[in-house]
Ligand binder design. Structure first.
Ligand SMILES: Cc1ncc(COP(=O)(O)O)c(C=O)c1O
Length: 330
């Protein structure tokens, strides 16, 4: 535990993976952000967003944060708020993942459920509810993870420096999954400011509108966006991989079975992207990626064969050989 106790995100370990791919000439490193107390990289984002409000004096213990979120940010904000004596209200809709809501409630957050609106626009209904709660609670604030500079700041000041420190300053490629693009942007700012030669690879979902993607049905949470976040306008990765959900599933399963790391869908997407990139990566290169969250909340989806067959219409592959074949990785 670092000296700030449970308030600040941890410096997560970066470990070398020798079993993931059959590519002995390429060094692969994973940064284990699934070990953050709230279980994901969003612990860093939430810490930075809340801290910025507290430092500016806009928020004090006893104050209130309202945010439309039912995913990892909501869980991380719940935790960051409880340790700072802040009241947190998560505005969610009827599609919200029930286990995420249970975790938020366990941390003492209030969950404000917006019923499906007659026009079907859930996002607009949630935004309207946030505004209503802000208006009704003077002094309450909302964190705006989609546009706040304090989102990438978290990764500029912790994620990327930690990776470079662990790798003694030598890294050829970094793979990051994208949703708000906050993680990617923070790493991008650091790479440019330090003049590093590290290539930055964005891993996005099929069906996400980021990087000129075409909007489509997405079932697995964590990566991708249905509407362009303001932050994404600044994102300039060197390469983008767009991954279908069945490949996220196979990537997750490969990581679990070869390295014993149970990760969520966005990390599976990264594994699939690295598999595709491998033939073009020169011998002697060092690549790294983020394990953005744990696989436990995905046991009924990514790791459930029946769910995969019913929802993705394909066989997930039951051993690592079949999974590698499904990913076209030798
Ligand atoms: C599971 C997961 N995937 C991907 C990401 C990257 O998201 P963003 O682009 O919003 O930083 C995160 C960030 O915390 C995450 O928790």
């Amino acid at each position: 535990m670092n000296s700030a106790g449970t308030l600040s995100p941890f410096k997560s370990p970066t470990v070398k993976l020798d079993r993931l791919f059959d590519a002995p000439g390429i060094e692969v490193f994973a940064k284990l952000d699934l070990l953050q107390l709230s279980g994901s990289t969003k612990e860093r984002t939430a810490g930075s967003l809340v801290e910025a409000f507290m430092e500016s004096g806009a928020l004090q213990p006893g104050g209130m944060i309202v945010e439309s979120t039912s995913g990892n940010l909501g869980i991380a904000l719940s935790r960051q708020c409880v340790v700072r004596g802040i009241r947190f209200v998560a505005v969610v809709d009827e599609n919200a993942n029930q286990s995420a809501l249970q975790i938020m409630r366990a941390y003492g957050a209030e969950v404000d459920l917006v019923r499906n609106p007659p026009d079907g626009n859930k996002l607009a209904a949630r935004r309207q509810r946030v505004q209503q709660l802000l208006a009704g609670n003077p002094g309450a604030v909302t964190t705006n993870q989609y546009g706040s500079p304090h989102n990438p700041q978290a990764h500029y000041s912790s994620t990327m420096p930690e990776i470079m420190e662990a790798l003694d300053g030598r890294l050829d490629m970094l793979f990051v999954a994208t949703s708000t693009t906050g993680t990617l942007l923070g790493c991008q700012h650091y790479i440019r400011e330090q003049g590093l030669a590290t290539g930055l690879v964005a891993v996005d979902a099929q069906g996400s509108v980021l990087f000129d993607g075409k909007s489509g049905n997405r079932r697995l949470p964590g990566l991708g966006a249905g509407a362009m976040p303001e932050l994404a306008l600044q994102a300039e990765p060197d390469r983008v991989y767009r991954i279908p959900e069945i490949q996220m599933v196979r990537g997750c399963r490969l990581l679990a079975r070869r390295e014993g790391i149970l990760a969520g869908a966005s990390t599976g997407a990264i594994v699939a992207a690295m598999g595709r990139a491998l033939p073009d990566i020169p011998e002697g290169a060092r690549i790294a990626f983020l394990v953005h969250d744990s696989g436990v909340p995905y046991l009924n989806t990514v790791y459930n064969d029946d769910w995969v067959r019913e929802n993705l219409g394909e066989e997930p592959g039951t051993d690592s050989g079949q999974v590698m074949e499904g990913l076209s990785i030798r």
